[in-house]
Structure formats: structure tokens, C-alpha cells
Design a protein around this ligand. Sequence first.
Ligand SMILES: Nc1ncnc2c1ncn2[C@@H]1O[C@H](COP(=O)(O)OP(=O)(O)OP(=O)(O)O)[C@@H](O)[C@H]1O
Ligand SMILES: [Mg+2]
Length: 253
Amino acid sequence: MSFRDYEPVDLANAGFKIHQLESLEKDNIENAFAGYVDEVLGKINDGKEATVYLCRGGASTTAPLLAAKVFKARNFRNFSNDHSYRNFSKHKDRRMAKAMRGRSRKGEKAFHQDWVKSEWQNLTRLHEAGIRVPEPVALFPDGVLMEFIGNDAGPAPRLVNCKLTNQAAHTTASLLMRDIEKMLSIHMVHGDLSAYNILYHNDQPVIIDVPQAMDLRTTPDAWSIMHRDLGNLENCFRRLGTDISFMQLLDNY
Ligand SMILES: Nc1ncnc2c1ncn2[C@@H]1O[C@H](COP(=O)(O)OP(=O)(O)OP(=O)(O)O)[C@@H](O)[C@H]1O
Ligand SMILES: [Mg+2]
């Protein structure tokens, strides 16, 4: 397994804090990822759907630092994320699909595990296709361990928090275009692509947050979602002062 070298990046606009952890939470995460994680160093982000922790790698990995993305338990009543429901229909176990549709506790648990597994499988597929995503390291019941994108100074900033020169914006857009071409070649749509789900590290974009990614050939509304993703990228680069057509990539599919 090879990990990228860590080089210093300018975190001036990062907007990140490594939050302090309660000792119980720290112990829970260290136990949940035993072997792969020696120590939880802090919380990188506490979002609606997941918490991401910065961890020191343990004996089972050569990575010095890891990001642990731990998914929160699902509460169906508060959960209206359209693309997430797609999983119901594709579940192979019909009884489980029914439990999910009925929104029972068993269904919630199965849904949660499906979601964690989706992040892992999509990350693996994207990484194997040579797309810049964090390298997947290990799958656990509550979350996924992956390459930490950042360095000793902290996590890489999200693209939305970066001010790029015109040239850097062009280079970044070209790299993302190549990534999307590769995604199209494996028929994948990210499904939530925007400047919030792209980190900027060593002058390069790294795409994150992939549990909702889908197959263009088998997901009914995947094309409109792909259009939305590409539209988000065009808006993001327009804000950075660069007019780039990402939609043109679809002409070659
Ligand atoms: N591999 C990583 N290396 C460094 N930082 C990461 C990594 N993965 C995620 N992060 C940080 O954690 C944040 C949340 O991760 P992600 O987008 O995957 O989860 P999320 O469920 O969408 O969270 P949110 O609800 O806050 O958007 C990212 O915006 C990024 O700042
Ligand atoms: Mg996100």
C-alpha cells in the first residue's frame, strides 16, 4: 500500500479545527478500529451524517495518519436525503428491503450498514480507477478508515474555502475533468459533488464523501444527478474566476 507524501499546504483559509474529544468517545473510536488505530488525535469534522476523526495509524497499517469516517445512526423520520433512499430498491435481501421500507429498527440498522459499505465500495472503485480520492484502508461496521488528506499542520482545506490563482484554478479544473472522465469510463456518478466535497491538497483536488455514488446504467435519475454535479463544478469555478464547461464531458460518454 502506498501513501502520498505529506507536504506542507497553506491552511490559512481552511476553516478547520481539530476539536477536543471526550475520553469516552476517544476510547470508543479507538476500540472500534482496534489494530488500525493507535490513538484518536481529534475530530476533523462533525457533520449531520458522519463524524470524521484524525487518527494515528496502528500496527495493521503503514499509514502514519488516518481519517476515520464514522457514520451516525440513521433516524428515518429526520432523514430526507433523496439519493439515500435509492438503496432500498437495490437491496438483494427482500426481507431486509421490506424492513427498510417499513423503517423498523432492524431496517434502520441494515440501512446504516449498507451506507457504510457503500462508502467503502465506492471509494475502492474510484481509487482503483485512478481517481484522486483518499485511499481506502479498512472497512468496519460503523465506519471507514481512509488515507488522511493533509499533513502535520492539519487537514487539507475544502475547495470552497480556497482562494486560487487563475492558473491554479485552471489546473485544478483540468485535473477534475480527468477524474470525471475516469468516473464516466466506469459509469459512476458521484451524486453530491461540489466545492464542499473536494479537498485541495498539494495543489491538487481530492474528491471525498462518496456513499451516494451510483451507476449511470442502472440508476433511473443518475443522468439528472450527473448534470447537477457538473453544474455545481461549473458554478464553483465561475466563482474562482474561471469559465469552464464540465458538461462537455458528457458528449464523449
Ligand atoms: N480523508 C480525509 N482527510 C482529511 N479530511 C477529511 C477526510 N475525509 C473527510 N474529511 C473532512 O471531513 C469533512 C466531512 O467529510 P464528508 O464530506 O465525507 O462527510 P459528510 O457526511 O458530508 O459531512 P458533512 O455533513 O459535514 O458534509 C470534510 O469536509 C473534510 O473537511
Ligand atoms: Mg461532505
